[in-house]
Design a protein around this ligand. Structure first.
Ligand SMILES: *Cc1c(COP(=O)(O)O)cnc(C)c1O
Length: 356
């Protein structure tokens, strides 16, 4: 039969990427299935990336020294508290591989980011999936209760992908107190730039106060660099060193490093774009409510719908040139992007009755 993968590898749940829309003659289509930024790169960022491409015969700077320097001065953290990766997904894999293994437990909410169960299985650890509370929010009470002496890592995703609800700073600060100091608490802040709630999570304050807290951030969403694969962790130097030690050498390309730095330097313009997406989101929330749909308070660049007829809703979206992202038979995640996509989604929500 030949070589066989480990049983946990054979059993891995697949990561399902968002589908591109089916082409419709005469109709512009929108891919709103992957929480991508709809805007093309800013001119300065694109030119910087193009210039960096001229060095593709050389390995990248493995130490990401310029990127660490830029992040360090912006965030007010030391460079040895940073670890960059090929997207924050890579950092999730590295953290779990470095801090958990066979016999260990990793507590996380479910439904949440679909990369978590894959990374847990890849580390050989056991995932403890804690069902979401009403409002599609993390059930922090149940998550605290799920921590045992076998727990090595707890993952929080705020705002939660795919349901959109976010935790408040007070909630997370109270939760940290219930996590033993030798258990790693990962706060996945992939959508932090889109949060507009009262008392938003101040990840850096949590990190400063607790050596077991790790923040995960990415250039893929608000900064629009999903295709280049770059994200970073802010962590205690011992944790950051473990991530760097286990990472695949040269994982963050020269182009990605250069574009990330250029994006930080163009942050004002990028955050203006984020403001535009937040305004679209508010329009969507109000229109959905007016049409009678109840949706969890969306704090990322996406909303969560639970239509009664899920395949029917997806098909209606396809008809309108919208590629949406279903999650089993639980719900549909819709990325907030161009205004015309919002218009079409609102028309669908007005036409299709909300679940009883
Ligand atoms: C998109 C996303 C990430 C980051 O993905 P990368 O492109 O690998 O940086 C991390 N966590 C969550 C919850 C996400 O939705």
């Amino acid at each position: 039969m030949g070589p066989q993968p480990l049983p946990q590898v054979a059993a891995l749940p697949p990561y399902v990427p968002g589908k591109p829309p089916t082409p419709r003659p005469g109709l512009r289509t929108y891919k709103i299935s992957s929480n991508e930024n709809p805007y093309p790169p800013l001119p300065g960022v694109l030119e910087t990336a193009q210039a960096a491409a001229a060095e593709m015969n050389r390995y990248p700077d493995m130490g990401c020294s310029e990127l660490y320097g830029e992040l360090s001065s912006r965030l007010g953290v030391a460079e040895d508290e940073l670890a960059a990766g090929a997207g924050s997904v890579a950092l999730i894999f590295h953290l779990l591989a470095a801090f958990s293994g066979p016999g260990d437990e990793v507590v996380h909410a479910w439904r949440s980011f679909e990369a978590y169960p894959i990374a847990v299985a890849a580390a050989g650890a056991t995932g403890i999936e804690v069902p979401l509370a009403p409002g599609a929010r993390h059930d922090l009470e149940a998550m605290a209760a799920a921590i045992t002496e076998r727990t090595k890592v707890v993952l929080l995703c705020t705002p939660n992908n795919p349901t959109g609800a976010a935790l408040s700073h007070a909630e997370v600060a109270a939760f940290v107190e219930r996590v033993p100091s030798d258990v790693l608490l990962v706060v996945d802040e992939a959508y932090r730039e889109f949060v507009r709630m009262d008392d938003p999570v101040d990840g850096l304050a949590l990190r400063r106060a607790h050596d077991n807290v790790v923040l995960l951030r990415t250039f893929s969403k608000a900064y629009g660099l999903a295709g280049l694969r770059v994200g970073y962790a802010v962590a205690h130097p011992v944790v950051a060193a473990a991530v760097r030690a286990i990472a695949i050498p040269f994982g963050v390309s020269t182009i990605a490093q250069a574009a990330a730095i250029a994006s930080l330097q163009a942050e004002d313009m990028l955050l203006e774009r984020v403001e535009g997406i937040v305004a679209e989101r508010e329009r969507l929330v109000q229109g959905a409510a007016a049409a009678g749909w109840t949706i969890p308070d969306p704090q990322g660049n996406f909303v969560w719908l639970e239509p009664a007829d899920l395949p029917g809703f997806l098909a209606a979206g396809e008809e309108e040139g919208l590629s949406l992202r279903p999650f089993a038979d639980e719900g549909i995640r819709v990325t907030v992007a161009e205004s015309e996509a919002t218009n079409r989604l609102l028309a669908l929500l007005e036409r299709i009755p909300p679940p009883a």
